[in-house]
Design a protein around this ligand. Structure first.
Ligand code: ATP
Ligand code: MG
Length: 568
């Protein structure tokens, strides 16, 4: 059995189904607030909600925008969220909903509560309401407006809607229990006056329902069977249940909470991500260093890798911090299987093959993906002047350096053995300008007929055929495991990694990389996975993003944890 089929939510659902409930199928929902772009944490919730719908017969998952707060929401976010969910591979079909479409129904629910004497208009100021709420050890105080007559409440609520009052003058509160040990049940505010334009309802409303009221009732209106949300809502569950119990006949939606995804070296709160964008710490919501879906996508992460990651982390009841190395591991795992191999040189060192014909060019066969024979092969041009990686040569190599050095022979991948004969330096600066080498024509394809061995195989490109590109190397955006946490409660922005972006130019890439689709990752042999940038790249100035390096730190962490005697 996979991890996915055994998490506690799927167990609950299996029991529900076994008990004979939900014969017509389940309805889940993903309820984003359109106040920012989706991040990898949202992906966990998306995979869970859409996943459960896919796994169960006749079941569906609604996409519902929880757009009850006009201040921070906008249509750009609505569109980006739809794009990102589709890109992740999920489909809500015709089940696209907006909480704002329920404003009239929610208003009528509130009117019913007033008539049931379970809601009242309170005219305390927000500060007074706060003060009278009490604490965990002390009960709250009842509002002096709690005993208003139903007629007066109905009249005031109607006039709140009509715009007769200023913001803060009145609110509508549920009448529950000011002495409840659960603070959520101490006459919570359910409507407030807010004279702001809403991205969908315009100026039609000047009162807006609060999340705790709008959410359970929106779930009920959509006949949601299982309302899955993150742990911070566990305290609100009695309130969720209270509203649906007052206003909805069974079957009623059921809220189940699961742990949110936290990743080390990452911030995930939309408020903080918003701040990074607004203050230009990064280039935007889709900056490849962002943990947003749009950022990961632009960086070259395939949607399968995000889904695989979500499956690997599973769904638990307890909050935890996931190692970002596991996300990188999932990305490598997928890309290793599906990314085609190419050659590119990021920090070029010029190599001239002295015994190769002046104008000569030949095509050599290179395998596209050793993991997938169906990917076939391609032709790579070879000629007299090449580039290799600067760090693949050392003039005075230490003992364990097996790559190119004066007098030493190495293999060029898919090509020939070459031997370094001379190091040409700039006579003023002393910097190496080029390496003069010879090649052995007998070694075409990479093997010597006399059986002689070399200790290194280098990647390379032909100078006349290469395309020149800018390459962006990304590192973690934060240099602390838990940005913003610490002794002195530092600001998370103090932990931004100043080296999170390194730009290299010109880099030289094999000509097959001239016409590639943006966001599709290729393995640059020995270097990592890279994709064409979807925003800044132009035909005359291609820009590539490094998706991930080849170094798998997660595999190392796991190996270490397994080896005997090491701490768990
Ligand atoms: P943030 O705290 O990042 O601003 P949010 O909870 O305010 O996120 P919403 O748009 O309300 O963002 O989230 C939509 C859904 O995604 C909710 O059901 C929420 O519980 C879930 N979700 C948000 N963040 C995470 C996370 N890190 N892990 C798992 N689920 C998440
Ligand atoms: Mg939220």
């Amino acid at each position: 059995m996979t991890e996915q089929s055994t998490d506690f939510i799927r167990k609950i659902i299996a029991e529900d189904i076994a008990s004979g409930a939900f014969k017509d199928g389940l309805i889940t929902r993903f309820p984003p607030e359109p106040n920012g772009y989706l991040h990898i944490g949202h992906a966990k919730s998306i995979c869970l909600n859409f996943g459960i719908a896919e796994e169960n017969e006749n079941s569906v998952c609604n996409l519902r925008f929880d757009d009850t707060n006009p201040d921070k929401e906008n249509p750009e976010y609505v569109e980006s969220i739809k794009d990102d969910i589709r890109w992740l591979g999920f489909d809500w079909g015709d089940r696209l909903f907006f909480a704002s479409d329920y404003f009239e129904q929610l208003y009528q629910f509130a009117v019913r509560l007033i008539k049931m004497e379970k809601a009242f208009v309170c005219s305390l100021s927000p500060e007074e309401i706060n003060e009278s709420r009490g604490t965990l050890t002390e009960p709250g105080r009842e509002s002096p407006y709690r005993s208003r007559s139903t007629e007066e409440n109905l009249d005031l609520f109607k006039r709140m809607r009509a715009g007769e009052f200023e913001e803060g003058a009145h609110v509508l509160r549920a009448k529950i229990d000011m002495a409840s040990p659960n603070l959520c049940l101490r006459d919570p505010v359910i409507y407030r006056i807010r004279k702001a334009r809403h991205h969908r309802t315009g100026d039609r409303w000047c009162i807006y329902p609060l999340y705790d009221f709008a959410h359970p009732l929106s779930d009920a209106l959509e006949n949601i069977s299982h309302s899955l949300c993150t742990l911070e809502f566990a305290n609100n569950r009695p309130l969720y249940d209270w509203f649906v119990k007052q206003l909805i006949d069974p079957p009623r939606p059921r809220q189940i909470e699961f742990a949110r995804l936290n990743l080390n070296y990452t911030v995930m709160s939309k408020r903080k991500l918003n701040q990074l964008v607004a203050e230009n710490h990064i280039s935007g919501w889709d900056d490849p260093r962002m943990p947003t879906i749009a950022g990961l996508r632009r960086r070259g992460v395939p949607p399968e890798a995000i889904r695989e990651f979500c499956e690997r982390i599973g769904v638990a009841k307890k909050d935890s911090l996931v190692d970002v190395a596991l996300l990188e591991h999932s990305i490598r795992d997928i890309l290793n299987q599906k990314a085609e191999r190419r050659m590119g040189v990021l920090r070029p060192m010029k190599v001239v093959i002295d015994n190769y014909p002046e104008e000569g060019t030949e095509m050599l066969e290179a395998i596209n993906n050793p993991e997938n024979p169906a990917a076939g092969s391609r032709q790579v041009p070879f000629s007299k002047v090449l580039y290799i990686e600067r760090e693949d040569f050392m003039e005075d190599p230490p003992k364990k350096f097996f790559r190119l050095a004066p007098g030493r022979e190495v293999r060029l991948r898919y090509a020939y053995f070459i031997k370094c004969q001379e190091v040409v330096k700039n006579e003023h600066t002393g910097e190496i300008e080029e390496l003069r080498c010879t090649y052995d024509p007998e070694t075409r394809g990479g093997n010597a007929p006399d059986g002689r061995k070399v200790k290194a195989t280098l990647h390379w490109v032909s100078a006349t055929h290469a395309i020149s590109a800018e390459v962006r190397l990304y590192d973690r955006l934060f240099n602390r495991e838990n940005p913003g946490a610490g002794e002195n409660k530092e600001d998370f922005r103090q932990h931004l990694n100043p080296g999170s972006l390194e730009t290299l130019s010109p880099c030289f890439l094999e000509p097959a990389l001239a016409e590639v689709a943006p966001e599709k990752s290729y393995q640059f042999e020995r270097l990592g996975y890279f994709c064409l940038d979807s925003r800044d790249s132009t035909p005359s100035h291609p820009v590539f993003n490094r998706t991930v390096t080849l170094r798998d730190t997660w595999a190392k962490i796991k190996k270490k944890a397994k080896s005997p005697g090491s701490p768990a």
